[in-house]
Design a protein around this ligand. Structure first.
Ligand code: S3P
Length: 175
């Protein structure tokens, strides 16, 4: 492989399929899978929800940045990032410089259906989660659009998404 960018980073809003596609893609490429939320939880020894409620979002975002740096320090990885990773310039720069960035997307209604019975996402704990999803997506969309490859996880199966991502990655970096 000719480029220094030998890791793939999955970005995208909560519940767009990063945790489903990440393991499949890692298996397919024989890359190691790193999930930055899981890395933060392991480093701090608390769940993401507890970090938000007990230490605050800023503490989470700092730990998330450290987790990204650690994830990128070794090549040949599939890095699954939390939905808010791209909110910070420090993270966007690291991702753009060091990874093939793949953006996963889904419609707000689909995201809502996927998260409505899940209490692990502190930012969606509110009276009207669908409205909140729409608002957050509108605020973040331009960051999710800044990527090397974009795919909707609604139009394709996880396996198809994986094959398309793999093809795009090899097309760009494996000539
Ligand atoms: C967040 C997304 C979550 C997690 C945290 C904040 C966000 O990750 O990092 O709750 O700001 O969108 P997932 O995208 O894996 O749910």
């Amino acid at each position: 492989m000719s480029s220094a960018k030998q890791s793939i980073a999955l970005i995208g809003f909560m519940a767009t399929g990063k945790s489903t596609i990440g393991p499949l893609l890692a298996q397919e490429l024989e890359f190691e899978l790193i999930d930055t939320d899981a890395l933060v939880e392991a480093e701090i020894g608390m769940s993401v929800a507890d970090i938000f409620s007990q230490l605050g979002e800023e503490a989470f975002r700092d730990a998330e940045h450290q987790a990204l740096k650690k994830a990128l320090s070794i090549k040949n990885r599939v890095i699954s990032t939390g939905g808010g990773m791209i909110l910070f310039k420090r993270n966007r720069k690291l991702l753009a410089d060091q990874a093939f960035v793949v953006s996963l997307s889904a419609q707000p209604e689909t995201i809502y259906q996927r998260v409505k019975d899940d209490d692990t996402r502190p930012l969606l704990k509110c009276q009207d989660p669908l409205l909140r999803i729409r608002q957050m997506l509108a605020e973040r969309q331009h960051y999710y659009d800044a990527c090397d490859f974009k795919i909707s996880t609604e139009n394709w199966s996880a396996e198809d998404c994986c094959q398309k991502i793999k093809a795009a990655f090899y097309l760009k970096y494996n000539e």
